[in-house]
Design a protein around this ligand. Sequence first.
Ligand SMILES: Cc1cc2nc3c(=O)[nH]c(=O)nc-3n(C[C@H](O)[C@H](O)[C@H](O)COP(=O)(O)OP(=O)(O)OC[C@H]3O[C@@H](n4cnc5c(N)ncnc54)[C@H](O)[C@@H]3O)c2cc1C
Length: 418
Amino acid sequence: MEDQYHIIVVGGGTSGLMAAIQAAQQGAKVLIVEKNPVLGRKILLSGGGRCNVTNNTSLEQLIRHIPGNGAFLYGALSQFDQHAIIEFFQSLGVLLKEEDHGRMFPVTDRARTIVDALIDELDRLGVDYMTRTSVADIILEDDQVKGIITASGKTYCAKSVILSVGGRAYPRTGSSGDGYAWVRKAGHSVTRLYATESPLLSKDPFIVRRDLQGVSLRDVQITAWTSNQRIITQHRLDMIFTHFGFSGPAILRTSGHVNQYLYQSQESEVTLTIDLRPDQSVDELKAEAEKERDRQVSTIVRQWVPERLALFILKALDISPTTLYRQLTHGRVDDLMERLKGFPMTTTGSQPIEKGFVTGGGVNTDEVNPSTMASKKIQGLYLTGELLDINGYTGGYNITAAFVTGAVAGRHAAWNSF
Ligand SMILES: Cc1cc2nc3c(=O)[nH]c(=O)nc-3n(C[C@H](O)[C@H](O)[C@H](O)COP(=O)(O)OP(=O)(O)OC[C@H]3O[C@@H](n4cnc5c(N)ncnc54)[C@H](O)[C@@H]3O)c2cc1C
């Protein structure tokens, strides 16, 4: 049967839409097959519905913020990087703005703007897409991909197939892990899947009692520790106490590392500490308090941390809030400082992968050409996005990885298909 398309892109999500556009811009005839009724469903949810399209940062910082195999992306980023993403959207008439930590959003603050622009470009380029169509399998013959079979049994053939089906996080957006069986069949290995960018669970009595539920902390430093007091990971951002444990950007960044450590060490929990005043040393805090030594200790601590946390800390240390600072012994002051610089808590790991924002693990990147995203096992097969063993922190890094791998796969698949 003659190929109807040069390229079939399986999955009309972040990386698949970019792959299709880049391939079509090279002149390829492209079909996208998407099981959802609409394209780009995860993009619509991303960045709190505003879509954090990329991060306006340096190459080194970008790679550093992709702890899951970021270095694999050097080859792709030399062809299409975070600045190319910004220019790409500008060329589609989408204006972007930069927010804190380099995060880039559409000026409309609507993810819909991004999805609409991508769909308009697909239409302009004449890309075909079928929604409500689930792919059941890929067709392989003599180490070559031949096409796909849909769940209703229809076959579509093409010279190249780009798998952009995502990982397993947030399956209600369509990324339910369908791709792993296909790539295994194609001879690829899939590294252990685990939740990243996921809230952390805790059985600490103060969490169970919900003493601090809803208390949020700005710009604190979270450290996760091994059982022999080595740092697993450290992040300075905001966090929040919840009814099940901890969440917020600093915790999300910590979560994948904690999950990996728990798996590798076979331990049941990890100790975390919060430095509630990361810009001040203990001596500086003591000097500041000393200037107000005739005031109540609760008044002083409330200047440093939210009131509920201040009262919680004093209660835990058995210090009456009405005690004057000067009445505290040196030992008690040291206890207080220790809590402020290293508020202790434990976690048993994160919420499951389905509730995390990003999948850790995926197709082994050693088996994928880093300059083209082509499979090293099957000719004509390309792999993009979260299906690969690549994961980044929130802040635009995952969407960047998806767009970059998608763009490179699309271009190379096109050049290889004529
Ligand atoms: C709530 C949320 C918020 C996020 N916010 C951000 C953010 O602000 N910044 C950031 O960088 N990252 C964010 N992320 C992560 C980021 O969205 C993903 O890493 C990225 O979208 C992955 O792109 P992808 O192309 O690999 O997969 P997806 O975008 O998930 O696309 C996969 C597509 O394949 C389709 N599909 C799957 N199986 C089949 C099949 N059998 N047949 C046909 N189609 C199929 C799916 O329906 C889906 O449309 C967020 C994630 C979530 C869940």
